[in-house]
Design a protein. Structure first.
Length: 653
């Protein structure tokens, strides 16, 4: 008789270890340094066994929904409500592609939690970076999950991919009127067959400007200081940040459903008579832009809501809550942060006394800074964020409705006035984002607004866009009560006003959390919103917001486990599967001990199976595995596994 002790690891120090393909805790091989001989007519039985079992978590339809929110913590008091923020909770669904009850191990649940969080995590600084890991105590028992939200502050300077953002502007009479060279970032207008003016109008697809002080610089030397005569003044052009849509309105332009370019009066500015105005050049939705009109004047426009403007041409539509082209008067005395403050009128780009050549946009968190750059490289500030300014002298806050803002360029062109250019000299995108394509739905390809549009949830978009901080029809002539989230000074810089919150039950402070039901499952018992206890260790390059479960999610192993000896000649019949098996023993689910963690088994009556060996067996390895009744590996087993086998000669009567 012989005892053989098999184990995948030398110790139980690391209960989660899966060191290699042949040393997994649920399937491993022990090779012998010398050959072992087992006598003929031998039998084998399981003498004892030790495993570490994570168990399974049963997840029904009543424990699948939670929300996440990125913004300041809210307590519901005056000035600290959801209406006072630029953010809204984002719904996350566990196992969103399957219905019914799910049974998973803790590591599988951690993986699904991470996927679900990242599916809804569309803020450019956080997108696709969240991590969820399993937490264990000193005895290596499961205690919950750890949630980690890194802010990705690194930026990459790239030349973006661009596509036409207004299909009518691409062709007129069958002739394409522009070329775009992505290698150099250059848009150039080409000969045009029509006598009327048309547009070369393009928007980025894969380059989200980073809120971590990302810079976007346009070299406009190829379109300024050009006088084409009374009706062909310099080619009007516009550069800035665009907001696209994956459900283009009228199939002509990448516009959100709630945007109309011809509302209010500012869209008609910039022209001489019938000469170029903003509306004849740019019909795609934009967040902020520099525009040089047909009369040569320099404008800055953005698109907040203006509830004081009359409804549009179709009175049944609620245009009062829609983004509206609005001039930001950088030249007025109230614009205390700009070098042209007090100029009294729009700067004239035809005379261009300052020799302006480039325009730079800097995204400082939610604030937009717009500068002009002279030929000699000197910068002039046109608009800088200042919380003490009157509301109308700040570019609207770049809140959740603007996630995914990308470069856009537009140049006027006609049959006699073409061959002008704009160049994206610098474009710093978030380093963690994948390709961001307006034409493809799905949160991994678009922002919060675009995904809600795709889902048909327009009311949620409208509610956020119509909040007072974004409504420039109210509160003009006074400071905005909302202070923008900007990059904090220090090393490293962070946006500490934009913090993660997990909403696990319906919360009055964080509205829009209907159906949330994951508090116990995620390890926070009855906590409605996890907005306390986060830590921010701030390593050298990024800010990591982390928190661990406060309670232990209930685990329950519901599947029986069997021991299988792979490389021997014993046989058993797995009737459920309808075939022979190498299983040698069943591990009972309950044995008067814990349901999970370190479990020890010793059969009261060992069952010996014949090896059917007429001759001695010469063995140099033992292949052991743990399986369920369907012969699939029991991957809920982690750490060190020990199996003690007992071999003996069969007594022949």
């Amino acid at each position: 008789m012989s005892l053989v002790i098999c184990s995948n690891l030398e110790s139980d120090a690391n209960i989660t270890s899966r060191e290699s393909s042949i040393y997994k805790p649920y399937s491993f091989r022990n090779a012998l340094s010398s050959t072992m001989t087992i006598p003929k007519n031998a039998q084998v039985a399981l003498q004892s066994c030790k495993i570490n079992l994570d168990g399974t978590i049963t997840i029904g339809e009543d424990s699948r929904i939670f929300y996440q929110y990125i913004g300041p913590y809210l307590d519901g008091t005056a000035g600290n409500t959801l209406q006072d923020t630029t953010n809204s909770p984002i719904r996350c669904d566990l196992f969103n592609t399957s219905k019914g009850v799910k049974q998973v191990q803790v590591e599988q649940l951690a993986s699904e939690l991470q996927k679900s969080i990242n599916r809804g995590l569309v803020h450019p600084l956080y997108a696709l970076k969240a991590e969820v890991s399993v937490v264990r105590d000193a005895d290596q028992k499961f205690t919950g999950f750890s949630y980690k939200y890194p802010q990705e502050l690194r930026v990459t300077d790239v030349k973006p991919q661009m596509v036409s953002s207004w299909l009518k502007s691409v062709r007129d009479g069958g002739t394409t009127n522009y070329t775009y060279d992505q290698a150099t970032g250059t848009l150039t207008t080409t000969a045009h067959t029509a006598t009327k003016r048309s547009q070369a109008n393009i928007t980025g697809l894969n380059t989200v400007l980073s809120p971590a002080s990302g810079e976007l610089i346009f070299d406009c030397a190829g379109s300024v200081n050009i006088d084409g005569g009374a009706q062909n003044k310099a080619p009007g052009f516009a550069v800035g940040l665009s907001c696209g849509s994956n459900t283009p309105f009228g199939k002509r332009n990448f516009n959100p459903q709630n945007y109309r370019w011809n509302r209010g009066g500012d869209y008609n500015k910039g022209g001489i008579g019938s000469n170029l105005t903003l509306s004849t050049l740019v019909k795609n939705m934009f967040e902020v832009c520099v525009f040089v009109g047909g009369d040569g004047r320099l404008f800055i426009f953005h698109t907040p809501v203006r509830s004081n403007v009359a409804d549009g041409p179709i009175s049944t539509r609620r245009y009062k809550k829609n983004p509206t082209i609005t001039e930001l008067k950088y030249y007025e005395a109230g614009n205390t942060g700009g070098d042209f403050s007090g100029l009294g009128a729009n700067y004239n780009m035809l005379t261009n006394t300052q020799k302006l050549q480039k325009f730079k946009f800097v995204l400082n968190g939610e604030a937009v800074i717009v500068n002009a750059i002279k030929e000699d490289g000197t910068e002039i500030t046109l608009v800088n964020y200042d919380a003490t300014k009157d509301k109308e002298y700040n570019v609207k806050a770049m809140g959740q409705n603007t996630y995914g803002a990308q470069p856009f360029m537009a140049i006027q062109v006609n049959a006699v006035n073409f061959n002008h250019s704009l160049v994206i000299e610098k474009c710093e995108r978030c380093d963690n984002l994948p390709l961001f394509d307006w034409t493809k739905p799905g949160v991994s390809k678009c922002g919060w607004l675009q995904q809600l549009e795709y889902d048909g949830r327009f009311a949620v978009i409208e509610e956020l866009c119509a909040r007072e901080w974004n409504d420039y029809g109210v509160g003009t002539g006074a400071q905005n009560s909302y202070t923008y989230a900007t990059i904090d000074a220090g090393a490293p810089n962070t946006l500490n006003k934009l913090k993660p919150v997990l909403i696990l039950q319906e919360s009055s402070n964080y509205g829009g959390s209907n159906g949330a039901n994951c508090a116990s499952l995620l390890g926070f018992d009855s906590t409605p919103a996890v907005d306390e206890g986060w830590t921010d260790p701030r390593p050298p390059t990024d800010a990591f917001y982390t928190i661990d479960s406060r309670t232990i999610p209930k685990l329950l192993s519901t599947k029986s486990i069997f021991v299988r000896l792979e490389n021997f000649t014993q046989t058993a019949m797995n009737a459920r599967q309808g075939n022979r098996s190498s299983i040698i023993a069943h591990l009972p689910r309950f044995d008067g001990q814990e349901e999970t963690g370190r479990l020890f088994f010793e059969p009261k009556n060992m069952i010996y199976l014949d090896l059917n060996n007429a001759e001695p067996l010469h063995v140099n390895s033992f292949d052991v595995s743990f399986v369920y009744s369907n012969e699939q590996y029991a991957e809920s087993i982690v750490g060190q596994s020990i199996v003690v086998l007992h071999f003996k000669e069969k007594r022949v009567i």
